[in-house]
Design a protein around this ligand. Structure first.
Ligand SMILES: Cc1cc2nc3c(=O)[nH]c(=O)nc-3n(C[C@H](O)[C@H](O)[C@H](O)COP(=O)(O)OP(=O)(O)OC[C@H]3O[C@@H](n4cnc5c(N)ncnc54)[C@H](O)[C@@H]3O)c2cc1C
Length: 547
């Protein structure tokens, strides 16, 4: 298509849009990590997904869903309560495309058992690609997928829900879940007086026949148009998990009253509500008093997704930066051919490559957990460490990616400003940074022997890599210190780096060596590009990142 021209100048030396690409095929580190972790059989399916989500049409849906943010409709014209949130059609389309590809449920069989056979890895690759295009809608997608972990504690409820939850349909109608083509689930734990400390929850649950009536509030409850929520409330037997549907069993609208929607830094296509439960109907999930043990089954899975989404955001930042640098000339030379820009981009590519290998290795552990105790121990010890390191690395990474595009990176016409605003939330929700570190310490104190076996396995997998041996002994010693909490960040970051080097070694040994040399043998500088790699390695890293 010829563009209309300006009277005063011609537009040139701007990069073309990075659209209509196969997000899978152009990402060699992803292809190799999927292959190495049991997802090879799905390459064609992933390529199809990558082409679809990499299309200009999907990018446009992402933009529209963020520019036209959700609106709370508390009342109708006559003053009756409505408590509905309206979303732009583009948001619903993103949800429908995600559901069609099973991103919200494909790790489960139709009756709610772990699907196995690489299902976690395959779905993670989709989640990672979708995150490159639009991240807000992934909130209900991840919560729906993860809810099955908690619902499994109440088999009769799981059996009723799965026929609706396991379909590939997205049904946004405001109607009782049991009559719908598909359903989504959210989660309500955080109250004003405590988010991390859910034991401080004040919301109360009182038995009412077979169900319960819940009274209280939640300070954050995202994706409020979900068909049901897993919420925590204090019952007679203590803090308990409940399934709270939008409609009561008699078909009336449940008394879930939204107060307002949060005005957030990013994550704008997704609605996050403040809500009051006014004697709302709910069913118990798991035993009374076992609320944390029940909901943690869900939270473990959403933490995994926080890490996957953060790598997806960084991958998108890297791809846009590299694409731009290959088209933009400064001082008569493409940016991608300038040694200093190459140093920055290749160092960033190394970070993304290691992070991709690490999350895929983690997903492989989730796949194997039901049948393999060592993999279950890896999953328990490393999920919080990986969420900590990857999610906290995303905002500074995206800042650097944005800067590679110069001024264009900073404006809202491009996607990088949105990615940058989006990136901190994955570190904050589902357990903030310190809480993740404390969780690693908890896994160590509860299952010390299994955790040490994980460390030994990482030592074997990273054997010979620069700095790996020293890292193993540092982690071992630091975790044993009596004042472990004070130095937990030191040890947890080192653990994540070691696990990343080990995971990358299983995918691409040369890149693992570079990663270990720049992150384990020496402390990585505060800025990307402040490392010395030889030019053959730089070329290889950039070629792998984007052919
Ligand atoms: C956009 C968005 C959407 C959200 N959606 C939901 C939702 O759908 N459902 C839901 O239940 N919640 C939701 N949340 C809430 C989120 O999970 C909490 O904000 C988060 O868990 C932190 O809790 P808090 O805000 O109460 O902070 P606090 O618990 O007060 O923590 C504040 C800080 O203290 C640190 N800290 C806590 N304990 C310790 C300790 N012992 N030692 C050292 N440091 C510590 C934390 O790491 C954190 O950095 C959402 C949050 C956001 C931002």
């Amino acid at each position: 298509m010829t563009q209309p021209t300006f009277a005063t100048h011609e537009v040139f030396n701007q990069s073309p849009p990075f659209e209509d690409v196969d997000l899978f095929a152009v990402d060699r580190p992803l292809v190799e990590a999927v292959r190495a972790n049991g997802g090879a059989a799905a390459e064609r399916e992933l390529s199809e997904f990558g082409r679809h989500w990499g299309s200009a049409a999907m990018a446009d849906r992402g933009r529209l869903a963020n520019e036209n943010t959700p609106k709370l409709r508390s009342f109708d014209a006559k003053g009756n309560r409505r408590d509905q949130v309206e979303f732009h059609p583009a948001y619903h389309e993103l949800m429908a495309h995600g559901a069609h590809a099973g991103v919200h449920n494909s790790t489960w069989t139709a009756d709610g058992k772990p699907a196995g056979d690489g299902a976690e890895v395959i779905r993670a690759a989709k989640f990672y690609m979708a995150a490159q295009i639009e991240t807000g809608h992934l909130c209900p997608i991840t919560m729906t997928r993860a809810s099955v972990g908690a619902l499994a504690m109440q088999p009769d409820l799981l059996a009723r829900v799965m026929p609706v939850l396991s379909t590939k349909s997205y049904d946004p109608s405001f109607a009782p879940w049991w009559g719908k083509r598909g359903m989504t689930l959210g989660m309500g734990m955080t109250e004003k007086q405590g988010g991390t400390d859910v034991r401080a929850n004040m919301t109360r649950a009182v038995r009412d026949g077979d169900g319960y009536r819940i009274t209280g509030h939640k300070w954050f409850m995202s994706a409020p148009m979900c068909d049901a929520f897993l919420v925590l409330a204090q019952a007679e037997g203590g803090l308990t998990c409940f399934f709270m549907p939008r409609f009561a069993p008699d078909g009336s609208v449940n008394t879930i009253q939204f107060q307002r929607l949060k005005d957030k830094l990013g994550n704008r296509s997704n609605a996050s509500s403040e809500v009051e439960f006014v004697g709302a109907y709910a069913e118990r999930v798991g035993e009374e008093g076992k609320g944390i043990r029940t909901i943690i089954q869900m939270v473990q899975l959403t933490r995994q997704d926080c890490a996957i989404a953060s790598v997806g955001l960084m991958r998108s930042g890297l791809a846009h930066a590299l694409h731009h640098a290959r088209h933009r000339s400064v001082f008569q030379k493409h940016l991608a051919d300038q040694p200093l820009m190459q140093a920055v981009l290749s160092d960033m590519a190394l970070h993304v490559e290691a992070s991709t290998a690490l999350v895929m290795r983690l997903c492989c552990a989730f796949d194997r957990t039901p049948h393999d105790a060592a993999e279950a121990a890896y999953m328990r010890l490393l999920t919080p460490a990986i969420k900590y390191w990857i999610c906290k690395s995303a905002p500074p990474f995206l800042f650097e990616a944005m800067e590679c595009l110069g001024g264009n990176g900073y404006v809202e016409d491009g996607i990088l400003a949105r990615h940058y605003r989006e990136s901190p939330v994955n570190a904050i929700w589902e357990g903030s940074g310190n809480v993740m570190c404390l969780d690693v310490l908890r896994a160590l104190s509860r299952e010390g022997e299994a955790a040490m076996a994980v460390l030994q396995a990482l030592a074997a997998e990273s054997k010979g890599l620069p700095g790996a041996g020293e890292a193993v002994s540092f982690i071992g010693k630091t975790f044993l210190r009596a004042d472990g909490e004070r130095v937990a960040r030191l040890a947890v970051e080192k653990l994540a780096l070691l696990a990343a080097a080990a995971a990358l070694n299983g995918v691409s040994p040369r890149q693992a060596e570079l990663f270990a040399a720049t992150r384990l043998a020496t402390n990585h500088a505060g800025m990307y590009g402040a490392v010395e790699l030889d030019s053959a390695d730089v070329r290889a890293l950039l070629e792998r990142a984007l052919p």
